[in-house]
Design a protein around this ligand. Structure first.
Ligand code: HSE
Length: 398
């Protein structure tokens, strides 16, 4: 029997208990022995809950119990999750987590500690909710040079943007609904300002680089400034607005950005709506590989956490290697990030041609000015060319 302790009995923690209970037979079959939830750590009591009797309030009980070999950290936040994880790993207990904040900040260090103590630190649920993306990236796509990772990485904002694009939805009530459904962070600012997506793309970029891509180095813009006019501008080219985390590798340099982008109909991420996440990985040999599924919510996230528990339970006493060192991987100046810009300016087509040369004109009228799509260019080139024009709206496209 493999004994598991769950730290945090919130949306994800209770989901983990349910997955381990409801699918106990299948999971035991895959592991080769039964998994037992020996402790649930939380500040609260849960009278009437099936795990009421194993709820404890003191982490020391878990830390001191040699029978616990797997710790599931689903508390969220940096502290005390970091200290609890570190102690568990140092005593040879393996840890799996959905805590993207902690993984983005301390992932490399915790992986090193795990390695040094023949334990494992796994974090499949930290990116993309229920979508397997970490394991495919580190175990399957190993023959390629990864050139781009581009994803809808936050379920809450995708849910909000989908509702907005369908019309008639008021931002606050859609956000409240996402919170009610268990998608949003405790502080939803992390979702709507793009910080959650930023941590997730930083984790993926670090895994691809094998070095620390610091989330603080990634320019991040959320969805709070998106207006109905922006939505209409995107629709004018048959696209829709999605919050994307993008990371690119070119000539040994890393480019990254989190912001709303217009995704056109012919792009695989166009059809990723509601709480779903989609992650497109481009390898130099394999081409595009697309990952799609539920990006948030109790059971999808718990499913990914428990997949890590299963992996750990099959490898007790040994380290499951993940290459991510603490060496810093610099991220290039955001002005060097390239894309096509969808722009509405007050001036006519001729003024646009004078400033930009070749563009695709979407529309031109005396009333609305000119809407056009630039060639692919850096942000710095765009800034320089657009200087002479009066911009009404600008959106980046992918
Ligand atoms: N708040 C996150 C989201 C939860 O909406 O995607 C999953 O990480």
């Amino acid at each position: 029997m493999v004994n598991v302790a769950i730290l945090g009995y919130g949306t994800v923690g209770s989901g983990v208990a349910k997955v381990l209970t409801d699918n106990a037979e299948e999971i035991a079959g895959r592991v080769g022995e039964e998994l037992n939830i020996k402790y649930v750590l939380d500040l609260r009591d849960f009278p009437g809950d099936p795990f009421e009797k194993v709820v404890v309030h003191d982490y020391e009980l878990i830390a001191a119990d040699p029978e616990v070999s797997v710790v599931v950290e689903v508390m969220g936040g940096l502290h005390p999750a970091y200290e609890f994880t570190k102690r568990a790993l140092e005593s040879g207990k393996s840890v799996c987590t959905s805590n993207k904040e902690l993984v983005a900040e301390k992932g490399a260090e915790l992986l090193k500690i795990a390695r040094e103590h023949n334990a494992s630190y796994l974090f499949e649920a930290s990116v993309g909710g229920g979508i397997p993306i970490i394991r495919p990236l580190v175990q399957a796509l190993t023959a390629d040079k990864i050139e781009e990772v581009c994803g809808i990485l936050n379920g809450t904002t995708n849910y909000i943007l989908t509702a907005m694009s369908e019309g008639g939805a008021d931002f606050d009530s859609v956000l409240a609904k996402a919170q009610e459904l268990g998608y949003a962070e405790r502080n939803p600012e992390a979702d709507i300002e793009g910080h959650d997506a930023c941590r997730k793309i930083a984790i993926l970029a670090s895994l691809v680089s094998g070095k620390q891509v610091d989330y603080k180095d990634i320019l991040t813009e959320g969805i709070t400034k998106i207006t109905d006019e922006d939505m209409k501008l995107a629709e004018a080219i048959g696209g829709s607005i999605k919050l994307l985390g993008v990371s690119r590798w070119k000539d040994g340099k890393v480019f990254a950005r989190v912001s709303p982008f217009v995704v056109e109909k012919n792009h695989s991420l166009y059809a990723v709506n509601d709480v779903f996440n989609g992650i497109m990985v481009h390898g130099n040999m394999v081409g595009d590989v697309m990952f799609y599924g539920s990006g948030a919510g109790s059971l999808p996230t718990a499913s990914a956490v428990v997949s890590d528990v299963v992996e750990i339970a099959k490898n007790i006493g040994s380290n499951i290697p993940i290459t991510w060192s603490e060496d810093k991987q610099p991220v290039e100046d955001p002005k060097a990030f390239t894309c096509r810009f969808l722009v509405q300016v007050k001036e006519g087509k001729q003024a646009v041609a004078d400033a930009f040369g070749q563009t695709d004109t979407v529309s031109e009228s005396a009333e609305d000015g000119t809407v056009f799509l630039t060639e692919n260019m850096t942000e710095a080139e765009y800034d320089q060319k657009v200087g002479a024009l009066t911009v009404v709206h600008m959106l980046r496209t992918i």
